[in-house]
Design a protein around this ligand. Structure first.
Ligand SMILES: Cc1cc2nc3c(=O)[nH]c(=O)nc-3n(C[C@H](O)[C@H](O)[C@H](O)COP(=O)(O)O)c2cc1C
Ligand code: SF4
Ligand code: SF4
Length: 251
């Protein structure tokens, strides 16, 4: 068994590592420079973990799947999706990247995690208070304990696969379409930027570059919010351009 994850700001990494620890399996970020073909070929069961972006699988994860589709055929599949409040059919959305019965879904679950869209005014800073983060981490640990117990006993569970979740997911996907596209074209840098290039270094899409003494972008953002939460000057925003007050530093 192996788990692959994408994590913009640490939540999905936390869940993937919890799983790997409890199941004693390998754990790899899809950003790693490693031999994914060999890893996939050697595992019977493959788990994936990613953050939900309005009921959609992040583009970077969709692209990873697209490159490795052939290799994944016939494998047993475990899906974990992390969310702030609600993802509708967030886990099912991953299974939907494959033709029907291409893989055997043996477990799918959603995990409530802290907010990382820290510059969206309707989401208050209290969502990432230390107290709340601690509480969420504790609950996630308890939930993972149960999930791993289920998987070891062979219990099949598919969160987000029912008709109601699907309807909610369709609605959310319809809402986000312009946002994903908008983010590709909508990265803003304020005058507070010091050209430190931290964002260039950490962007998983190599979307940011320093050109003519200015940070600019290549229309290739996966809306992971990593740069927004890490910039020492709070000088960069993507998709939404509200003021960044408190940044999310992960669990
Ligand atoms: C662009 C974007 C869209 C999001 N959409 C949703 C959503 O529809 N529902 C939800 O509950 N959380 C949503 N979130 C919150 C993240 O899914 C959640 O914080 C996740 O755990 C972040 O994982 P990460 O730290 O591994 O990147 C969204 C976050 C981003 C950046
Ligand atoms: S991390 Fe912030 S300050 Fe540094 S180059 Fe990027 S936008 Fe500018
Ligand atoms: S530009 Fe920022 S939000 Fe977009 S992919 Fe890069 S780090 Fe993530």
């Amino acid at each position: 068994m192996v788990i692959f994850y994408f994590s913009g700001t640490g939540n999905s990494k936390h869940i993937a590592e919890l799983f790997a620890q409890k199941m004693n399996c390998a754990c790899h970020s899809i950003e790693e420079d490693t031999d994914f073909e060999a890893l996939i070929k050697s595992a019977e069961t493959i788990a994936f973990c990613y953050p939900i972006y309005f009921s959609r699988v992040p583009r970077i994860m969709r692209e990873f799947v697209s490159v490795n589709t052939e290799l994944l055929k016939g494998k047993k599949l475990i899906i974990f999706c992390t969310q702030l409040i609600l993802s509708g059919d967030g886990a099912r959305a991953f299974a939907a990247l494959f033709p029907k019965n291409y893989m055997q879904v043996i477990y799918a679950e959603h995990f409530f995690m802290p907010n990382n869209v820290t510059n969206f005014s309707i989401l208050p800073d209290s969502l990432i208070s230390d107290k709340r983060i601690k509480k969420i981490a504790l609950k996630a640990g308890e939930k993972m304990q149960k999930v791993c117990g289920d998987i070891k006993r062979g219990k099949v569970h598919k969160r987000g696969f029912n008709v109601g979740s699907r309807a909610l997911g369709l609605f959310q996907a319809w809402l986000v379409k312009p946002s994903e596209k908008k983010a590709n074209n909508s990265v803003k840098i304020t005058q507070n930027c010091t050209n430190c290039e931290l964002c260039v270094l950490i962007c998983p899409m190599k979307n940011l570059v320093l050109e003519n003494e200015k940070i600019t972008h290549r229309h290739n953002c996966t809306v992971c919010y990593r740069c927004v939460n890490k910039c020492p000057q709070k000088a960069i925003t993507v998709a939404f351009h509200g003021k960044v007050k408190k940044q999310y530093k992960g669990l």
